[in-house]
Design a protein. Structure first.
Length: 324
Protein backbone atom coordinates (compact mmCIF):
# COMPACT_ATOMS: atom_id res chain seq x y z
CA UNK A 1 0.00 0.00 0.00
CA UNK A 2 2.93 2.35 0.71
CA UNK A 3 4.27 1.87 -2.80
CA UNK A 4 0.85 2.74 -4.27
CA UNK A 5 0.65 5.91 -2.17
CA UNK A 6 4.15 6.94 -3.22
CA UNK A 7 3.39 6.31 -6.89
CA UNK A 8 0.12 8.21 -6.55
CA UNK A 9 1.95 11.21 -5.08
CA UNK A 10 4.52 11.14 -7.88
CA UNK A 11 1.82 11.10 -10.56
CA UNK A 12 -0.06 13.94 -8.86
CA UNK A 13 3.06 16.10 -8.73
CA UNK A 14 3.78 15.35 -12.38
CA UNK A 15 0.21 16.33 -13.30
CA UNK A 16 0.50 19.62 -11.38
CA UNK A 17 3.76 20.44 -13.16
CA UNK A 18 2.17 19.92 -16.57
CA UNK A 19 -1.02 21.83 -15.85
CA UNK A 20 0.11 24.63 -13.46
CA UNK A 21 -1.75 27.83 -14.37
CA UNK A 22 -2.26 27.11 -18.06
CA UNK A 23 -5.62 27.97 -19.57
CA UNK A 24 -5.52 25.08 -22.06
CA UNK A 25 -3.55 21.85 -22.04
CA UNK A 26 -3.34 19.33 -24.85
CA UNK A 27 -5.22 16.11 -24.09
CA UNK A 28 -2.30 13.93 -25.19
CA UNK A 29 -0.26 15.36 -22.30
CA UNK A 30 -2.72 14.90 -19.43
CA UNK A 31 -5.05 12.04 -20.37
CA UNK A 32 -2.37 9.31 -19.86
CA UNK A 33 -1.73 10.74 -16.39
CA UNK A 34 -5.44 10.70 -15.58
CA UNK A 35 -5.61 7.06 -16.66
CA UNK A 36 -2.63 6.15 -14.47
CA UNK A 37 -4.14 8.01 -11.50
CA UNK A 38 -7.42 6.16 -11.99
CA UNK A 39 -5.74 2.75 -11.87
CA UNK A 40 -3.70 3.77 -8.79
CA UNK A 41 -6.82 5.05 -7.05
CA UNK A 42 -8.64 1.77 -7.70
CA UNK A 43 -5.66 -0.12 -6.30
CA UNK A 44 -5.71 2.04 -3.14
CA UNK A 45 -9.42 1.38 -2.71
CA UNK A 46 -8.86 -2.37 -2.96
CA UNK A 47 -6.00 -2.19 -0.45
CA UNK A 48 -8.18 -0.20 1.95
CA UNK A 49 -10.94 -2.80 1.68
CA UNK A 50 -8.41 -5.57 2.33
CA UNK A 51 -7.06 -3.73 5.38
CA UNK A 52 -10.60 -3.41 6.70
CA UNK A 53 -11.15 -7.16 6.32
CA UNK A 54 -7.88 -7.96 8.09
CA UNK A 55 -8.76 -5.56 10.90
CA UNK A 56 -12.11 -7.30 11.41
CA UNK A 57 -10.36 -10.68 11.49
CA UNK A 58 -7.93 -9.39 14.11
CA UNK A 59 -10.78 -8.10 16.28
CA UNK A 60 -12.59 -11.43 16.04
CA UNK A 61 -9.43 -13.37 17.02
CA UNK A 62 -8.54 -11.05 19.88
CA UNK A 63 -10.69 -12.88 22.50
CA UNK A 64 -8.91 -16.16 21.76
CA UNK A 65 -5.49 -14.54 22.16
CA UNK A 66 -6.43 -13.12 25.53
CA UNK A 67 -7.74 -16.44 26.80
CA UNK A 68 -4.53 -18.25 25.79
CA UNK A 69 -2.67 -16.75 28.77
CA UNK A 70 -5.29 -18.15 31.13
CA UNK A 71 -5.14 -21.63 29.61
CA UNK A 72 -1.34 -21.86 29.56
CA UNK A 73 0.30 -19.62 32.17
CA UNK A 74 3.94 -18.77 31.66
CA UNK A 75 4.88 -20.50 34.95
CA UNK A 76 3.55 -23.85 33.75
CA UNK A 77 5.34 -23.51 30.44
CA UNK A 78 8.64 -22.73 32.15
CA UNK A 79 8.32 -25.82 34.35
CA UNK A 80 7.75 -28.00 31.28
CA UNK A 81 10.67 -26.51 29.35
CA UNK A 82 13.22 -26.37 32.16
CA UNK A 83 15.32 -29.18 30.64
CA UNK A 84 15.02 -27.90 27.04
CA UNK A 85 16.66 -25.01 25.33
CA UNK A 86 14.28 -22.88 23.29
CA UNK A 87 15.96 -21.52 20.19
CA UNK A 88 14.85 -18.70 18.02
CA UNK A 89 14.52 -19.02 14.27
CA UNK A 90 17.77 -17.17 13.64
CA UNK A 91 19.67 -19.39 16.11
CA UNK A 92 18.25 -22.54 14.54
CA UNK A 93 19.16 -21.46 11.02
CA UNK A 94 22.63 -20.41 12.12
CA UNK A 95 23.26 -23.76 13.79
CA UNK A 96 22.00 -25.73 10.79
CA UNK A 97 24.17 -23.67 8.46
CA UNK A 98 27.26 -24.86 10.32
CA UNK A 99 26.61 -28.38 8.97
CA UNK A 100 27.11 -28.01 5.21
CA UNK A 101 25.82 -30.67 2.86
CA UNK A 102 28.28 -32.22 0.45
CA UNK A 103 26.96 -32.52 -3.08
CA UNK A 104 28.30 -36.10 -3.60
CA UNK A 105 25.99 -37.30 -0.82
CA UNK A 106 23.00 -36.42 -3.02
CA UNK A 107 23.04 -39.28 -5.51
CA UNK A 108 19.36 -39.48 -6.41
CA UNK A 109 18.57 -35.74 -6.54
CA UNK A 110 20.30 -32.56 -7.62
CA UNK A 111 21.52 -30.24 -4.87
CA UNK A 112 21.92 -26.54 -5.67
CA UNK A 113 24.23 -24.30 -3.66
CA UNK A 114 24.40 -20.53 -3.89
CA UNK A 115 26.63 -18.00 -2.25
CA UNK A 116 23.84 -15.44 -2.12
CA UNK A 117 20.64 -16.23 -0.23
CA UNK A 118 18.64 -13.90 -2.50
CA UNK A 119 19.25 -16.18 -5.49
CA UNK A 120 17.56 -19.08 -3.65
CA UNK A 121 14.68 -17.06 -2.21
CA UNK A 122 13.64 -15.98 -5.71
CA UNK A 123 13.08 -19.62 -6.71
CA UNK A 124 9.51 -21.05 -6.58
CA UNK A 125 10.00 -23.14 -3.44
CA UNK A 126 7.56 -25.97 -2.77
CA UNK A 127 5.46 -26.06 0.43
CA UNK A 128 5.82 -22.25 0.58
CA UNK A 129 9.38 -22.60 1.92
CA UNK A 130 8.52 -24.97 4.81
CA UNK A 131 10.38 -28.22 5.48
CA UNK A 132 8.22 -31.10 4.24
CA UNK A 133 10.31 -33.80 5.92
CA UNK A 134 9.90 -32.16 9.36
CA UNK A 135 6.17 -31.77 8.71
CA UNK A 136 5.87 -35.55 8.21
CA UNK A 137 8.27 -36.81 10.87
CA UNK A 138 7.16 -34.46 13.68
CA UNK A 139 3.38 -34.79 13.32
CA UNK A 140 2.60 -31.64 11.34
CA UNK A 141 5.23 -29.27 12.75
CA UNK A 142 5.81 -26.36 10.39
CA UNK A 143 9.44 -25.23 10.35
CA UNK A 144 10.74 -22.83 7.70
CA UNK A 145 13.48 -24.22 5.53
CA UNK A 146 17.00 -22.82 5.73
CA UNK A 147 18.02 -21.48 2.30
CA UNK A 148 21.66 -21.31 3.44
CA UNK A 149 21.85 -25.12 3.32
CA UNK A 150 20.96 -25.10 -0.35
CA UNK A 151 18.02 -26.21 -2.46
CA UNK A 152 17.13 -29.74 -3.58
CA UNK A 153 15.80 -30.06 -7.13
CA UNK A 154 13.47 -33.00 -7.79
CA UNK A 155 11.41 -33.38 -10.99
CA UNK A 156 11.80 -29.70 -11.82
CA UNK A 157 10.64 -28.52 -8.37
CA UNK A 158 12.68 -26.95 -5.58
CA UNK A 159 12.60 -27.89 -1.88
CA UNK A 160 14.32 -26.43 1.21
CA UNK A 161 14.88 -28.11 4.59
CA UNK A 162 15.40 -27.11 8.19
CA UNK A 163 18.42 -29.38 8.82
CA UNK A 164 20.92 -31.63 7.12
CA UNK A 165 19.23 -34.80 8.45
CA UNK A 166 15.89 -33.72 6.98
CA UNK A 167 17.49 -33.06 3.59
CA UNK A 168 19.20 -36.47 3.50
CA UNK A 169 16.00 -38.22 4.61
CA UNK A 170 14.02 -36.46 1.89
CA UNK A 171 16.64 -37.27 -0.76
CA UNK A 172 16.46 -40.98 0.08
CA UNK A 173 12.71 -41.22 -0.70
CA UNK A 174 11.35 -37.94 -2.09
CA UNK A 175 8.18 -39.29 -3.70
CA UNK A 176 7.07 -41.07 -0.52
CA UNK A 177 7.53 -37.98 1.64
CA UNK A 178 5.67 -35.77 -0.85
CA UNK A 179 2.78 -38.26 -0.83
CA UNK A 180 2.78 -38.30 2.99
CA UNK A 181 2.67 -34.49 3.09
CA UNK A 182 -0.35 -34.43 0.78
CA UNK A 183 -2.05 -37.15 2.85
CA UNK A 184 -1.54 -35.20 6.10
CA UNK A 185 -2.78 -31.99 4.52
CA UNK A 186 -6.04 -33.72 3.57
CA UNK A 187 -6.81 -33.99 7.29
CA UNK A 188 -6.09 -30.27 7.80
CA UNK A 189 -7.64 -28.38 4.88
CA UNK A 190 -6.56 -25.04 6.35
CA UNK A 191 -2.96 -25.91 5.39
CA UNK A 192 -3.70 -26.38 1.69
CA UNK A 193 -3.32 -22.69 0.83
CA UNK A 194 -0.54 -22.16 3.38
CA UNK A 195 1.62 -24.85 1.74
CA UNK A 196 0.41 -23.89 -1.77
CA UNK A 197 -0.99 -27.30 -2.63
CA UNK A 198 -4.09 -26.04 -4.43
CA UNK A 199 -3.14 -27.60 -7.77
CA UNK A 200 -2.10 -30.97 -6.32
CA UNK A 201 -5.29 -31.21 -4.22
CA UNK A 202 -7.70 -29.45 -6.54
CA UNK A 203 -10.05 -32.44 -6.48
CA UNK A 204 -10.79 -31.94 -2.76
CA UNK A 205 -13.91 -30.01 -1.77
CA UNK A 206 -13.38 -27.49 0.99
CA UNK A 207 -17.06 -27.49 1.92
CA UNK A 208 -18.56 -30.80 0.80
CA UNK A 209 -22.29 -30.75 0.30
CA UNK A 210 -24.58 -33.12 2.09
CA UNK A 211 -25.04 -36.34 0.23
CA UNK A 212 -28.45 -36.58 -1.36
CA UNK A 213 -30.36 -39.49 -2.74
CA UNK A 214 -29.31 -40.57 -6.23
CA UNK A 215 -31.34 -39.05 -9.00
CA UNK A 216 -33.28 -41.62 -10.96
CA UNK A 217 -33.18 -41.16 -14.71
CA UNK A 218 -35.47 -42.39 -17.45
CA UNK A 219 -35.79 -41.87 -21.16
CA UNK A 220 -38.80 -39.81 -22.18
CA UNK A 221 -39.97 -38.07 -25.27
CA UNK A 222 -42.62 -35.55 -26.30
CA UNK A 223 -44.07 -34.67 -29.63
CA UNK A 224 -46.24 -31.77 -30.68
CA UNK A 225 -48.16 -31.01 -33.83
CA UNK A 226 -46.56 -28.95 -36.54
CA UNK A 227 -48.71 -25.88 -35.81
CA UNK A 228 -50.25 -26.14 -32.34
CA UNK A 229 -51.97 -22.76 -32.77
CA UNK A 230 -54.30 -22.22 -35.71
CA UNK A 231 -52.96 -19.67 -38.15
CA UNK A 232 -56.38 -18.20 -39.11
CA UNK A 233 -54.94 -16.52 -42.17
CA UNK A 234 -57.60 -14.91 -44.39
CA UNK A 235 -56.27 -14.99 -47.92
CA UNK A 236 -58.85 -12.49 -49.20
CA UNK A 237 -58.08 -9.87 -46.55
CA UNK A 238 -57.10 -6.47 -47.87
CA UNK A 239 -55.82 -3.62 -45.76
CA UNK A 240 -55.60 -1.08 -48.60
CA UNK A 241 -58.67 1.16 -48.69
CA UNK A 242 -58.35 1.71 -52.43
CA UNK A 243 -58.35 -2.01 -53.11
CA UNK A 244 -61.50 -2.40 -51.01
CA UNK A 245 -63.08 0.46 -52.97
CA UNK A 246 -62.34 -1.33 -56.25
CA UNK A 247 -64.04 -4.50 -55.00
CA UNK A 248 -67.08 -2.55 -53.85
CA UNK A 249 -67.42 -0.82 -57.25
CA UNK A 250 -67.02 -4.16 -59.05
CA UNK A 251 -69.79 -5.78 -56.99
CA UNK A 252 -72.06 -2.76 -57.46
CA UNK A 253 -71.62 -2.92 -61.23
CA UNK A 254 -72.63 -6.59 -61.29
CA UNK A 255 -76.11 -5.69 -59.99
CA UNK A 256 -76.92 -3.90 -63.26
CA UNK A 257 -75.46 -6.55 -65.56
CA UNK A 258 -77.11 -9.69 -67.05
CA UNK A 259 -75.71 -12.63 -68.98
CA UNK A 260 -77.61 -13.75 -72.13
CA UNK A 261 -76.94 -16.51 -74.67
CA UNK A 262 -78.65 -17.86 -77.83
CA UNK A 263 -78.15 -21.05 -79.74
CA UNK A 264 -79.42 -22.31 -83.17
CA UNK A 265 -79.46 -25.72 -84.83
CA UNK A 266 -76.37 -24.92 -86.87
CA UNK A 267 -74.43 -23.61 -83.94
CA UNK A 268 -75.30 -26.69 -81.87
CA UNK A 269 -73.57 -28.87 -84.44
CA UNK A 270 -70.36 -26.88 -84.09
CA UNK A 271 -70.36 -27.16 -80.35
CA UNK A 272 -68.31 -29.93 -78.76
CA UNK A 273 -70.38 -32.25 -76.63
CA UNK A 274 -68.98 -34.73 -74.19
CA UNK A 275 -70.34 -37.34 -71.85
CA UNK A 276 -68.63 -39.01 -68.95
CA UNK A 277 -69.18 -42.53 -67.74
CA UNK A 278 -67.73 -44.49 -64.88
CA UNK A 279 -66.42 -48.02 -65.18
CA UNK A 280 -68.18 -50.72 -63.16
CA UNK A 281 -67.18 -50.69 -59.54
CA UNK A 282 -65.51 -53.82 -58.26
CA UNK A 283 -67.32 -55.14 -55.21
CA UNK A 284 -66.68 -58.18 -53.13
CA UNK A 285 -68.32 -59.97 -50.24
CA UNK A 286 -67.09 -62.81 -48.14
CA UNK A 287 -69.18 -65.73 -46.95
CA UNK A 288 -68.60 -69.44 -46.45
CA UNK A 289 -67.43 -69.62 -50.02
CA UNK A 290 -65.82 -67.02 -52.24
CA UNK A 291 -68.21 -65.56 -54.80
CA UNK A 292 -68.34 -62.45 -56.84
CA UNK A 293 -71.11 -60.53 -58.54
CA UNK A 294 -71.14 -57.52 -60.78
CA UNK A 295 -74.43 -55.90 -61.60
CA UNK A 296 -74.45 -53.68 -64.69
CA UNK A 297 -75.11 -50.06 -64.03
CA UNK A 298 -78.15 -48.64 -65.83
CA UNK A 299 -77.38 -45.82 -68.19
CA UNK A 300 -79.87 -43.81 -70.26
CA UNK A 301 -79.09 -41.22 -72.92
CA UNK A 302 -81.66 -38.60 -73.89
CA UNK A 303 -81.28 -37.18 -77.38
CA UNK A 304 -82.94 -34.01 -78.67
CA UNK A 305 -82.99 -31.95 -75.48
CA UNK A 306 -81.21 -29.05 -77.12
CA UNK A 307 -82.87 -27.21 -79.98
CA UNK A 308 -86.53 -26.29 -80.51
CA UNK A 309 -88.99 -26.42 -77.69
CA UNK A 310 -91.46 -28.64 -79.58
CA UNK A 311 -88.84 -31.22 -80.52
CA UNK A 312 -89.48 -34.72 -79.24
CA UNK A 313 -86.79 -36.23 -76.98
CA UNK A 314 -85.60 -39.73 -77.80
CA UNK A 315 -84.58 -42.01 -74.96
CA UNK A 316 -81.81 -44.51 -75.60
CA UNK A 317 -81.07 -47.24 -73.04
CA UNK A 318 -77.32 -47.84 -72.81
CA UNK A 319 -77.41 -50.34 -69.97
CA UNK A 320 -75.52 -53.54 -70.63
CA UNK A 321 -77.20 -56.91 -70.41
CA UNK A 322 -76.69 -59.02 -67.31
CA UNK A 323 -75.36 -62.03 -69.21
CA UNK A 324 -72.61 -60.04 -70.95
Amino acid sequence: MGELQMEFSVQMNLLRDRVKAKRAVHTANVFPLFKTLSSLWCGLQEEAELMKILHNIMLNLQPFVVSQDDLSPAVDLDSLLKDWEVKTGEERMGQSSEEPISVPEMTACEWLLSEREADIVDLPLQFNGFCGCTFVSRDGLLLPGNPQLGVLKHKGKFYVFSSKEAALNFASRPDDIIAEVEEKVKGSPELIHLLRLQQQLSYLEMWPEESSAPISKCESGTQTVLHPVATNIVRTYEWNAWELRKKAIRLANLLTKATQSTQTHLSSLRRENATQTWPPKDTASQSRRDAESNVPRPQVYLMGLRGQRDAQAIKVDLSRAVDE
